[in-house]
Design a protein around this ligand. Structure first.
Ligand SMILES: Nc1ncnc2c1ncn2[C@@H]1O[C@H](COP(=O)(O)OP(=O)(O)OP(=O)(O)O)[C@@H](O)[C@H]1O
Length: 504
């Protein structure tokens, strides 16, 4: 702990914010000390991002006061927040992809030499010093779009520190990191903490909270639901604070023996760009087949490739024993194969349209009679699906653009749960989804398989791979290196194959 322990960096008093039709925040109080990592928890739509946007000067609160080191501050825009020592690392980075790390860090405030000219050497030196202190190695000469997501995140942190941030907000920073990268981020956070930097950490992974945080504040429905010291609470208590009830963490029971219905999909041979041996796999009616492996190991590439989503891998696959050539995802859909993509905002949703439209868009055929879509049946079904996955919105007529990130994901999941596809490919289905909704999505997936659907679940979350899958294909370096069943579906075996390419 630092000498600064106990000194207050930030205090929020009675912060409220209303959007049309939604009271996003009501009377929030929050206190963050210097040199602490403070977790901000809450279900999707609880108000975490809105609160952080107020702190970052992006939104203005309707009511409430912000104190930095004891003095009241008013933020008319994000420059005021930066001047007050606040640095926010959002999930969608604010970096310019084709500029390098130095140019990004000094964008708009270039250092100049005594002749008034841009002092590139000084900016580079300063950037090197920041990264040295963070203990990260970043190639300063390449555009940041060529860096990994983790490295881009470190550049964001470096930028905030170069702007002299003393309070860093990290909004779901680990959502797109590998476990190793997340470990590196935590190491950096501990070092910053030791230097007295205060941090607000948002994550839906409760194990991370216990690994890296000191204290916790929980929001529920836009209001304070409680505060706790990490040492004096546990996962169950936190979950109850977040959702107001106890949640069953267990996965729905797997059918025993593992389902081996007829073969609904056979993928004979696909070679991925990464090289390695060709891949083949079979999917059976009623089963959940996991695609496990490290980020970049080829899981998504294979799933997209077999659907004809890219020209490179177009191949003939067997659907119910019959050869079909899939040229694009629309053809895959026509053949009863649906994909819930990973980057939902880009690929999955039309955010200017309503929740109802986005849930129903691929399912209208189900509600047709005599050639006409029954509005009543379509609306009822959209309502029911939205309710089941727990979409939090004023109504299904709300525009998706105004929903929280997690709730947008639930909308895509609701669409596919209602879809008639016999084969469903879920790519990272619970990323950014809160604990309560996760449990619901797991049981809905199991229900779909009981109805005879077959699911491929691509996931970086080992517990859900182990808890949900009947068989697991483990990827390494662009190939399936092992297919595990029964008791060999465990974290140790999966990681061993994923990291050694199955050679041990
Ligand atoms: N610009 C906006 N217009 C209308 N409503 C909004 C807007 N931004 C947020 N909201 C609403 O405010 C509430 C809080 O959303 P917020 O994004 O803060 O939640 P969150 O806790 O960050 O959720 P998640 O875990 O899903 O990221 C939600 O009901 C959301 O629909």
């Amino acid at each position: 702990m630092t000498s600064a322990e106990g000194e207050e960096m930030l205090r929020l008093e009675g912060v409220s914010k209303r959007f049309p039709g939604v009271k996003a925040l009501s009377g929030i109080d929050l206190s963050i000390r210097k040199g602490e990592v403070h977790a901000l928890l809450g279900e999707n739509g609880a108000g975490k991002s809105t609160l952080m946007k107020i702190l970052g000067g992006i939104y203005q609160a309707d009511e409430g006061r912000i104190f930095i080191e004891g003095s009241e501050r008013k933020f008319a825009g994000y420059n005021d927040a930066i001047a007050a020592g606040i640095g926010i690392i959002f999930q969608e980075f604010s970096l310019i992809p084709h500029l390098n790390a130095v140019e990004n860090i000094f964008l708009g405030r270039y250092l100049t030499n005594r002749f008034g000219l841009m002092d590139k050497a000084a900016m580079k030196r300063s950037t090197e010093q920041i990264f040295d202190e963070l203990g990260v190695q970043i190639d300063l000469d390449v555009p940041i779009c060529r860096l990994s997501v983790a490295q881009q995140q470190f550049v964001e942190i470096g930028k905030a520190l170069s702007l002299k941030a003393r309070l860093l907000v990290l909004d779901e920073p680990t959502a797109t990191l590998t476990p190793n990268e997340a470990g590196h981020l935590f190491k950096i956070m501990r070092e910053l903490r030791a230097k007295g930097v205060a941090m607000i950490f948002i994550s839906h992974h409760l194990d991370e909270i216990f690994e890296v945080c000191d204290r916790i504040s929980v929001l529920r429905d836009g209001a304070n639901a409680g505060h706790a010291d990490v040492g004096a609470t546990d996962v169950d208590a936190l979950v109850e604070m977040m959702v107001g009830r106890r949640i069953e963490h267990n996965f729905p029971p797997k059918p025993q023996p593992a389902p081996r219905g007829r073969k609904v999909l056979e993928v004979p041979e696909i070679q991925l760009a990464k090289g390695g041996p060709v891949n083949s796999f079979t999917l059976h009616e009623g089963e959940i087949l996991g695609f496990a492996g490290l980020v970049g190991s080829g899981r998504t590439e294979l799933a997209l490739g077999m659907m004809g989503a890219d020209r490179v891998h177009r191949k003939t696959v067997l659907r119910n024993g019959k050869p079909v050539r899939l040229n694009d995802p629309t053809e895959a859909l026509a053949n009863g194969i649906g994909l819930l993509p990973e980057s939902r905002k880009v690929e999955g949703l039309i955010t200017d349209f309503t929740v109802r439209f986005n849930i129903s868009m691929n399912n209208l055929g189900k509600h047709k009679s005599a050639g006409l879509v029954s509005q009543k049946s379509e609306k009822q079904s959209a309502n029911e699906l939205a309710r089941r996955v727990g979409v939090k919105a004023p109504s299904i007529e709300t525009r998706v653009a105004t929903l929280s990130g997690g709730n947008q994901q639930k909308v895509v999941i609701a669409r596919w749960l209602g879809h008639a596809s016999e084969v469903l490919i879920f790519d990272e289905p619970t990323r950014g989804i809160d604990v309560g909704a996760k449990a619901e999505i797991y049981s809905l997936m199991r229900e779909l398989t009981r109805q005879g659907k077959a699911i491929v679940m691509i996931s970086s979350e080992l517990p859900e791979i182990v808890g949900m899958c009947d068989r697991v294909a483990v990827f390494s370096g662009g190939s399936i290196v092992a297919t595990l069943e029964g008791d060999s579906i465990n974290s140790g075996d999966i990681m061993r194959h994923a990291t050694t390419g199955g050679s041990q």
